[in-house]
Design a protein around this ligand. Sequence first.
Ligand SMILES: Nc1ncnc2c1ncn2[C@@H]1O[C@H](COP(=O)(O)OP(=O)(O)OP(=O)(O)O)[C@@H](O)[C@H]1O
Ligand SMILES: [Mg+2]
Length: 286
Amino acid sequence: MTSVKIGFEHVRKEFSVRGEGGGKARRFVALEDITLDVRPGEFLALVGPSGCGKSTLLDLLGGLATPTSGRILLDGRPIEGPARDRGIVFQQYALFPWRTAAQNVEFGLDIAGMKRRERRERALHYLELVGLAGFADRYPHELSGGMKQRVAIARSLAYDPEVLLMDEPFAALDAQTRETLQDELTRIWRATGKTILFITHGIDEAVVLGQRVAVMTSRPGRIKHVVEIPPALQSEEEDVRSLPEFGRVRHEVWSLLREEVLKAQQQAAAAGAGRGARVLEDVAHV
Ligand SMILES: Nc1ncnc2c1ncn2[C@@H]1O[C@H](COP(=O)(O)OP(=O)(O)OP(=O)(O)O)[C@@H](O)[C@H]1O
Ligand SMILES: [Mg+2]
């Protein structure tokens, strides 16, 4: 068994974007030289300024897009498109509104050749695991935001993927619900031993959940630093959020991130100023 579950090797991703004012298309570098190993069963949190390429990284890993250069290995093999060994939880609750909670969780299991009764049992099992026993027959519009996100998590778990890819899954939730789901996810992770890559804007969330926290640079996204979370902050019994050590690590991650957020803001301001200047030129030409 390899000690690397997911290996990013010098991954670069470029997009072709339209030039301003309908000008010639140009290449846009979203990710540059991403090299990172994720261990089997590891919980890795990924933080970085808005637009630095976090979702792009997840798309590559999910097989929804391909790197421009470099490669991504899963269990030592290059990724070739989406597959059920990787479950994805998107930021938006991607539920079918015309299906009940259980039917949403069951979705796709028939492709795996599972019989109706077995599908139903599995759906109920995972709904129970995320604290939704008794809500199986509710439709999404009858559920709260937090409940919908739990259904989405149950669905991704129902395929029993070895890897869970989560893109800011709790971002839209209120603070209490978010903390409850963080604790639940930690419990599920401990119980199932899955490898989790968890993207978040929340530094507290990253430090509470992750065994390591990878901090990305502003555009183009690179891995700036990987912070190891000390074992004291991974205690099952204690509320780690109240430990002094938590404040120290939180500050470390924040300091790394702050620089990048400021750079991203400057980039955005410069782009805006550039556009503004061109608008003025256009006006002058009229
Ligand atoms: N299909 C695409 N075509 C062109 N550019 C794209 C495409 N997808 C993403 N981008 C650009 O790549 C950059 C990274 O986008 P991405 O969505 O990965 O950022 P992010 O880190 O997830 O941001 P956020 O934290 O706001 O979700 C952005 O500048 C975005 O505009
Ligand atoms: Mg994103």
